[in-house]
Design a protein around this ligand. Structure first.
Ligand SMILES: [Zn+2]
Length: 307
């Protein structure tokens, strides 16, 4: 946004940036910028020193006569949408990665009216509609029960920032003892510092006590564990039937930290934007929105993320 000298989630170093959340594809070494306090803490934990200034949800700063406000995006701890109010009264909202479901570790994104809406649409295809949370939780419970009954170690695989902490809270609430990979434990400390209850857990030191559920990043699925393990991938891509085979896991459940297709469409309707720009998902989602009567365009290239 040249008028504000403000770049939104720039992938490369910028003079001044809004960083929506701490996932690596949204973080670079900027000269300055803003992010929520939790995102600043997560970026500092993962990458060391940062020049980002923390701005709390609901707090407004001024930049080149524009008012800039952050509000929850519901994706992972600290994930923010940015609301930019221009001096002429027009409003732009950039969602960053977002989810509208109430979850255990993050506040959901709430749609707000915008003249221009720039939205993430990773799952912007009609085949991506996630089941209700109760069903997802029941499938996780069933996987754990079957695996323990077969005297194997249940290993839940989820991205180390966000998905893994949500899984920790779910598994603890289901009543199972939790053992996490050290990379997940390091980031869980930041969640706890920001008052998020993840339940009790231990950090893996090579052995897993009897009856524990292991939570590990997807890349760590060949962990040296003493007994046979069964793996369950937690990812929205579980809706693709080929996912377990393609990613070499035993099973997959669509626990996602993004909005699904129906939620994306509902979000646009609630925002009532004069114009929509879509990012990160299939370009056809903008065509779909145009068919619904929205002035919608796709921004950027489309790459299928794995997790
Ligand atoms: Zn993300």
């Amino acid at each position: 946004m040249p008028a504000l000298d403000l770049a939104l989630d720039p992938p490369r170093r910028a003079r001044y940036a809004f960083v929506s959340h701490g996932h690596s594809d949204h973080v670079a070494r900027h000269d300055g910028g803003i992010a929520s306090p939790a995102t600043v803490a997560l970026v500092a934990r993962r990458y060391g020193r940062t020049h980002l200034t923390p701005v709390a949800f609901g707090e407004t700063i001024e930049r080149a006569r524009h008012r800039v406000t952050l509000q929850p995006a519901g994706h992972i701890l600290g994930a923010a949408q940015v609301i930019i109010d221009a001096p002429d009264g027009r409003r732009l909202i950039y969602t960053g990665d977002f989810s509208v479901r109430a979850r255990r570790t993050v506040e959901p994104a709430v749609p707000v009216h915008a003249d221009i809406l720039i939205m993430e649409c990773t799952y912007g295809h009609p085949r991506y509609v996630f089941p209700p949370d109760e069903e997802i939780q029941e499938r996780i419970r069933s996987f754990i029960e079957r695996t323990l009954a077969a005297e194997q170690i249940p290993v839940l695989l989820g991205y180390s920032l966000g998905k893994a902490q949500e899984a920790m809270a779910i598994v603890a609430a289901l009543g199972y003892p939790v053992c996490v990979h050290p990379a997940i434990g390091r980031l869980a400390e930041i969640y706890r510092a920001f008052g998020i209850d993840l339940g009790s857990y231990i950090v893996a030191d090579g052995t897993v006590p009897e009856g524990y559920v292991v939570i590990a990043p997807p890349g760590a699925r060949r962990l040296p564990l003493p007994r046979p393990v069964r793996t369950l991938l937690l990812s929205g891509w579980a809706l693709d039937p080929s996912t377990p085979f393609r990613l070499g896991v035993d099973e997959a459940v669509p626990l996602s930290d993004h909005a699904d297709f129906a939620e994306l469409v509902a979000f646009v309707r609630a925002s009532r934007p004069a114009r929509v720009y879509t990012t990160h998902g299939p370009p056809s989602f903008a065509d779909y929105l145009r068919d619904l009567g929205f002035d919608a365009y796709h921004l950027g290239t489309y790459q299928l993320p794995l997790f």
